[in-house]
Ligand binder design. Structure first.
Ligand code: FES
Ligand SMILES: [Fe+2]
Length: 351
């Protein structure tokens, strides 16, 4: 058994040159989740998000359409919008008060005639009501990039497009973004690290993770009997990861949440966990589900990620063998999606 593929060497996770390359060749060229149409119900509603190291804004225009653009004033570069979400009839830069229409067209420059100026727009698409942007005008469409994902999501969560943001939690990990998404896309660590997850939310023996191009699909059956309310109803668990840093999860009972990972530095990643129900305030039961998830499955990974980042700086680390199954579909006893992610990163960087 000498045919194992190997983990990536530490410099992939610690070298700022690799990180800068990833900003150009991965984050400026891929589709990334930024929110949901439910957050932009009315003309004038807006949200802001980070796409790699770039700030973007999505607005609902007066004609009802959606518009995405860089979140930057075309005078001397202040961010136009500074809140995560909000409502406004026009955008006034906080620095010198230049004023823009919701589509980024400059309306007034404090009475000066400075000519036609417009904030550069970026591509926007939706998938099951979720909003995605891509900074690359030449990239394939979202549906060509991850075919079938929208249909598969709507099959398990038919009401997905009608949801809105109910709750958001964030956490800063001291680890490279790839460690966070590798960890998310393997359940080889689940039996050891996530006792409550493997005891309650899903049936561990049924957990499968399969790479499919830019998507990685997770699925599991709910356990037959459990005290954990998420699993009631016997519906399966499905997750839809889209390379590089977005994922939508559907739990039994059409409970929907998402992960977004924002790469802040080579060894710093912001984790954003959001829950999507039909109201912006969670019920007591929803709050319990959100809290239990955060205290167990999500938090259990934080110290793991920080430790692996330290380990990858070790002069004593030699990249180890990755455990794969013959059919390439991971169970809780293999990590097949990890080399799949490595293939995507290598292809994007040409290394
Ligand atoms: S930077 Fe925005 S008005 Fe000057
Ligand atoms: Fe985990």
């Amino acid at each position: 058994m000498s045919s194992y593929r190997r983990a990536l060497s530490g410099d992939w996770y610690t070298d700022p040159v690799v990180f800068a390359d990833e900003m150009d060749r991965i984050f400026a060229r891929t589709w990334q989740l930024v929110g949901h149409v439910g957050q932009l119900a009315e003309p004038g509603d807006y949200l802001t998000a980070s796409v790699g190291d770039q700030g973007v804004a999505v607005t609902r225009l007066a004609d009802g359409s959606l518009h995405a653009m860089y979140n930057v004033c075309q005078h001397r570069g202040h961010e136009l919008l500074t809140d995560d979400v909000g409502h406004t009839s026009s955008l006034t830069c906080p620095y010198h008060a230049w004023n823009y229409d919701l589509d980024g067209r400059l309306l007034h420059a404090r009475g000066e005639s400075v000519g036609e100026i417009c904030v550069p727009s970026v591509r926007l698409d939706t998938l099951g009501g979720f909003l995605w942007v891509n900074l690359d005008d030449d990239a394939a469409s979202l549906s060509d990039t991850v075919p079938d994902i929208e249909d598969e999501l709507l099959a398990v969560a038919p009401s997905a497009a009608g949801r809105t943001l109910t709750h958001r939690r964030t956490h800063l990990v001291s680890a490279n973004w790839k460690l966070a998404v590798e960890n998310y896309n393997e359940c080889y660590h689940c039996p050891n690290v996530h006792k409550s997850f493997t005891k309650g939310v899903v049936s561990p023996g049924s957990y499968r993770i399969a790479g499919r191009g830019q998507a990685i699909r997770h699925s599991a059956e709910a356990p037959a009997s459990t005290g954990y309310s998420l699993a009631e109803g016997g519906q399966p668990y499905e997750s839809f990861f889209v390379f590089p840093v977005s994922s939508i999860q559907c739990y039994p009972g059409e409970v929907l949440n998402t992960f977004r990972w924002v790469p802040l530095a080579v060894d710093r990643t912001l984790l954003i966990r959001e829950w999507w129900f039909d109201s912006d305030t969670p019920t007591a039961e929803q709050h319990e589900i959100i809290d239990l998830d955060w205290r167990t499955t999500v938090s259990e990974d934080f110290s793991i990620l920080d430790s692996v980042q330290r380990g990858l700086r070790s002069r004593g680390y030699v990249p180890g063998p990755l455990i794969e199954r013959p059919d390439g579909v991971a169970t809780v006893h293999s990590e097949d999606a990890v080399p799949h992610l490595h293939d995507l990163v290598r292809a994007a960087l040409g290394r």
